[in-house]
Design a binder for this molecule. Sequence first.
Ligand SMILES: Cc1cc2nc3c(=O)[nH]c(=O)nc-3n(C[C@H](O)[C@H](O)[C@H](O)COP(=O)(O)OP(=O)(O)OC[C@H]3O[C@@H](n4cnc5c(N)ncnc54)[C@H](O)[C@@H]3O)c2cc1C
Length: 344
Amino acid sequence: MRSISYGMRIIKDYNLKELNTFGIEAKAKFFVEINNEKDIKELIASLEFQQNEKLFLGGGSNVLFTQDFDGIVILNKVKGIEIIKEDNRNVWIKGFGGENWHEFVMFTLNKKLWGLENLSLIPGTVGAAPMQNIGAYGAELKNVLENVEAYDVKTGEKVIFEKEECECGYRTSIFKTSAKGKYFISAILVRLSKNINVNVSYKVLENYLKENNIKAETPKDISDVVIAIRTSKLPDPKILGNAGSFFKNAFVEDKKFGELMSKFPDLPFFKEDEKVKIPAGWLIEQCKWKGKRLGNVGVHEKQALVLVNYGGASGAQVKELSDKIIASVFEKFGIKLEREVNLI
Ligand SMILES: Cc1cc2nc3c(=O)[nH]c(=O)nc-3n(C[C@H](O)[C@H](O)[C@H](O)COP(=O)(O)OP(=O)(O)OC[C@H]3O[C@@H](n4cnc5c(N)ncnc54)[C@H](O)[C@@H]3O)c2cc1C
C-alpha cells in the first residue's frame, strides 16, 4: 500500500466483489478511493494512474467483471449537491459524480422540482448517469441535462461538455463511445422545473396512476409510484446479484419490421422517430430463456432482460449465458441484441 496524500491510499490486489452489484469476484491490480477534487488532481499526477489502465467505478451497478482488472480502479466518492441558480421557472442543480443517484433525485423532489421523478431508484452514482444517458419510465437524463464536467485523464485538465456535445442517445453517450475511457466525470448540471410537468408517457405508469386513483400533484407523487413499480418488478441486487437490464431494447428499420410482423403477428413494438423499437425482454422470452438457470447464473423469472448471479458465479459464466441468449435471439428473429452492461 502507498499513501500518495493524506487520506488517499493506493492499495494493491484489491477484491472488487463488494463493489459490483453482480457480486462477482474479481481483483484490481491497484485500487484507490477518491473523496474530493484535490484527490482527483493528485491521483491524475501519480505514476500508478499514469502508467496503468484505468477504470472509474461508482456503484458498480452497470459493470460485469469477466476477469481480474490489470490496472487501477478508482472508486468515486466525491459527493456534493449545489443549487447554482434559479429564475421564475427553473432551478439549476449541480451534483458531484460520487453522489448517490437516488439521493440526488430525492434532494430535488424535496424542493418540489420536476424533471427527475421518473428516474427515481436507479442504482449507482451521479457521475455514471451521463455514461449511458440513464432512462426509465419514459424519461431520460438528457431531458434535463445542461452540461457534464469532466477531467481529461491524460492532461488532468477540466473540461465542460455542453449537453449537445454529450451525444446522448438511447442508453449511450459520447462517454460510452468515442470518448470512452478518456474522461473522469466529476459533476453534472441539470435544469429542473418549478412548474408542474407530469410525464406519464410510459403506459405502465399511466395505468398505475389510473388504477390506484392517484392524482399526481407533486414530483414526489410520481416518484412514489415509480418506486412502487420498480420494487415489485426488479430483483434487489443485495439479495440476488444483477446489473438491471443486461440488454438494450432492439431497434429495426421499417423493412425488417414488416418481415417480422408477417412472421410474428404478436410482436410488441413502439414507433420511435424513424425506427421501430422492439422490447428485448419479449424476444428473450420467446426464445424460452425467461426463468432459465444454468448452474450459478440465470435469467430472472419475472424479468427476461435481467441476468442474475445465484451466488458464486464468475463474470465469464454470466457473459457465456449472454452470448447464448444473443445467439438464440439472432437465430429466431435475425436481430442481434446489444449488451447494456459494460464488460470489463
Ligand atoms: C436493479 C438495477 C436496476 C437498474 N435500472 C436502470 C434503469 O432503470 N435505467 C438505467 O438507465 N439503468 C439502470 N440500471 C443500470 C445502472 O444503475 C446505471 O447504468 C447507473 O447509472 C450506473 O451507475 P454506477 O455508478 O453504478 O456505474 P458503474 O457500474 O460503477 O459504472 C458504469 C460505467 O460507467 C463508468 N463510470 C462510472 N463512473 C464514472 C465517472 N465518474 N467518470 C467516468 N466513467 C465512469 C464505469 O467505468 C463503467 O464503464 C440498473 C441497475 C440495477 C442493478
